[in-house]
Design a protein around this ligand. Structure first.
Ligand code: MN
Ligand code: MN
Length: 316
C-alpha cells in the first residue's frame, strides 16, 4: 500500500504570502510519528555571547521559506516524492534557564529519533547542537560531524560556564559523542584569544579547513575528500550561518568578515549527498540584525538543500 506523501502548499492553490507560515508551507503535526524527516524549531538565544535574537530565528526562517518550490532544479532532487515530511513546530525551551533548556531539547530529540525520523533543525543559537548530539549518540553511537562555522565552538568555557554557544563541540568531543577523525570543520576564521585556538581539535584528528583555504575556490573537491574521510557511518551536519560572509548573511550575532559565499554553502550541502546523514541544523540566524530578511531566506533555502541530500531522496 502506498501512503500519500505530504506536499508543500503550492503558490497556485494559495498565494505564497498567504496561509500559515509553516516551513515550506508543509502540513504540521504535533510529533514526528510516521515521518521520515521533519523540520523542527528550537527558539533559543540565551546561550549567545554577543548580540542575541536567535530566539526569533525559526519564525523568520519559516516566513522566508514560503517561496521555496518542491523540486531542486540544480540537483533534480524531489524530496517530497520520496519522504514523508512535516513541520513539527518548536521545542518548548525554558527561556529563563539554559541548562534546563538543554535538558528539554535532548528529551524532545529523543522522542523525534524514537519515531525513526531525521530532524532538520531551525535554530536557535549553537548551544542547541550539544543536546541534539547527545540524543543522537544514545541511539547511534559516536557520530561523524560536518561543522560549518566562522568559529570553532571548541571553547572550554565562556564566562566560566561550560554550556554556551561557543562550547558545544568541545563538550561533544569530551563526552565521546563525536569520532574526531570523522569530523570536519569548514570556514573557521577571524580573531581569537590565543593564536593556536583551532589546533586543539586538530590534535585530536579533526580536519579543520580555515576560511582562507576556501577563498576563490569551488568546495566540490573538498567535499569529495570529506566524504572519503567520513565514510559510511552516521553523519550529522551542523551549519552555523555565520560561516558565510556577512555580505551574504548579516543577520547573526557574531559576524566575521572573510567568510564563505552562498555558492560555497550550496556546494558543501550538495556535497553531503551519499553520506549517511542522520540529522542537520541551521543555527544562529538573528532576525533583529537581518533588515532585508536575506539571512533567513538563505537559511530556509539551505535547510531545503539539506532535505534534498538525505538518504532515500530520489533524483527525478
Ligand atoms: Mn557556532
Ligand atoms: Mn559562529
Amino acid at each position: 500500500m502506498t501512503r500519500p506523501l505530504n506536499q508543500p502548499l503550492g503558490g497556485n492553490e494559495m498565494p505564497r504570502f498567504g496561509g500559515p507560515a509553516t516551513m515550506m508551507r508543509l502540513p504540521t503535526q504535533p510529533s514526528a510519528a510516521g515521518l521520515d524527516a521533519c523540520f523542527v524549531g528550537v527558539p533559543l538565544d540565551i546561550g549567545t555571547s554577543n548580540r542575541s535574537g536567535t530566539r526569533l530565528g525559526p519564525r523568520a526562517i519559516r516566513a522566508e521559506s514560503c517561496l521555496i518550490r518542491p523540486c531542486n532544479l540544480a540537483t533534480r532532487a524531489v524530496p517530497f516524492d520520496s519522504l514523508q515530511v512535516a513541520d513539527i513546530g518548536d521545542v518548548a525551551v525554558d527561556t529563563f534557564n539554559l541548562i534546563e533548556s538543554v535538558r528539554l531539547i535532548e528529551r524532545a530529540y529523543d522522542a523525534i529519533l524514537g519515531h525513526g525520523c531525521v530532524p532538520l533543525t531551525l535554530g536557535g543559537d549553537h548551544t542547541i547542537t550539544l543536546p541534539i548530539l547527545r540524543a543522537m549518540h544514545r541511539r547511534l553511537g559516536p557520530l561523524g560531524v560536518i561543522h560549518v562555522d566562522a568559529h570553532a565552538d571548541m571553547n572550554d568555557q565562556m564566562f566560566g560556564e561550560p554550556i554556551a554557544h561557543g562550547t558545544p563541540f568541545r563538550r561533544a568531543l569530551e563526552e565521546g559523542l563525536i569520532e574526531p577523525r570523522r569530523m570536519a570543520q569548514i570556514g573557521l576564521r577571524a580573531s581569537g584569544y590565543t593564536s593556536d585556538q583551532f589546533d586543539w581539535a586538530r590534535g585530536l584528528g579533526v580536519r579543520v579547513v580555515q576560511a582562507e583555504d576556501c577563498w576563490y575556490r569551488s568546495l566540490a573537491p573538498l567535499m569529495e575528500e570529506v566524504r572519503a574521510q567520513l565514510g559510511a557511518g552516521p553523519v550529522y551536519l551542523s551549519f552555523d550561518i555565520d560561516g558565510l560572509d556577512p555580505a551574504f548573511a548579516p543577520g547573526t550575532g557574531t559576524p566575521e568578515p572573510g567568510g564563505l559565499t552562498s555558492h560555497q554553502a550550496l556546494e558543501i550541502i550538495r556535497g553531503c549527498r551519499g553520506l549517511a546523514l542522520v540529522g542537520a541544523d541551521l543555527v544562529e540566524v538573528s532576525p533583529p540584525y537581518d533588515a532585508s530578511g536575506n539571512t533567513a531566506l538563505l537559511a530556509a533555502n539551505l535547510l531545503f538543500e539539506m532535505l534534498c541530500v538525505l538518504p532515500g531522496v530520489k533524483l527525478a
